[in-house]
Write a protein that binds this ligand. Structure first.
Ligand SMILES: [Cu+2]
Length: 217
């Protein structure tokens, strides 16, 4: 039954079709929040129906108890659970320190109106096209040359603000080689809507070859 509604959720920018651990965490949280929101809606609807159809039953429950349970106990339980889930799943995006032999590849992402510049170890630079190796973690150092932008690859994870004069790091991984979409997720001027980039996740050999090709251009 949900199929007609969910067909709009497919495609290269679909955050509901994760291809990496960070995005999977975000999707899990999204489903948890949808289920929680749906359950709250059903309970509130039931209480509303009760108030309309059997007002005496609701009155017998007493206004104090309604405020205590509906206004304090239940919201506290729900919000605590959601915050715990969000913190636990959000942890995956943090670029926690690793020993040098296990350090993720670092790629710099510099946003400016209205183009994305990517700088790789070894000196290669690309614009609006991001090459990354699949199957291992990559730390993206994100910053901006002008206003605030936001770096987001919906199928891999994120998003993280690109702030002028400041570097933020987000750790992403593509499970397998493929082509994904990336966007600027913070309104940054008249060219914002077109400020997208292509993400090419390669096998290890293909990644080196792709960068070599970019250098020659
Ligand atoms: Cu933007």
């Amino acid at each position: 039954m949900a199929a007609p509604f969910l067909t709009g959720c497919a495609g290269p920018l679909s955050a509901l079709a994760p291809e990496g651990p960070a995005a999977r965490g975000a999707v899990r949280l999204w489903w948890i929040m949808l289920a929680g929101g749906g359950a709250i809606f059903l309970v509130v609807s039931a209480v509303l129906m009760l108030a309309i159809l059997r007002p005496a039953a609701l009155r017998a429950f007493g206004p104090r108890r309604i405020i205590l349970w509906g206004g304090l106990v239940i919201p506290t339980i729900i919000l605590a659970a959601l915050v715990t889930a969000a913190l636990a799943l959000g942890e995956r995006l943090l670029a926690t320190p690793r020993p040098p032999e296990d350090a993720p590849l670092r790629i710099e992402a510099v946003a400016r109106q209205w183009v994305w510049e990517f700088r790789y170890p070894g000196g290669a630079v690309t614009f609006d096209r991001l090459h990354m190796p699949a199957g291992r973690d990559v730390d993206f150092t994100v910053t901006s040359a002008d206003v605030i932008h936001s770096f987001w690859i919906p199928r891999l994870g994120g998003k993280i603000d690109a702030i002028p004069g400041h570097e933020t790091v987000v750790r992403l991984r593509a499970d397998r080689p493929g082509v994904y979409g990336g966007v600027c997720a913070e309104f940054c001027g008249t060219g914002h809507a077109a400020m997208a980039f292509t993400v090419e996740a390669h096998e290890e050999v293909g990644f080196a070859a792709a960068l070599a090709g970019e250098v020659e251009e």
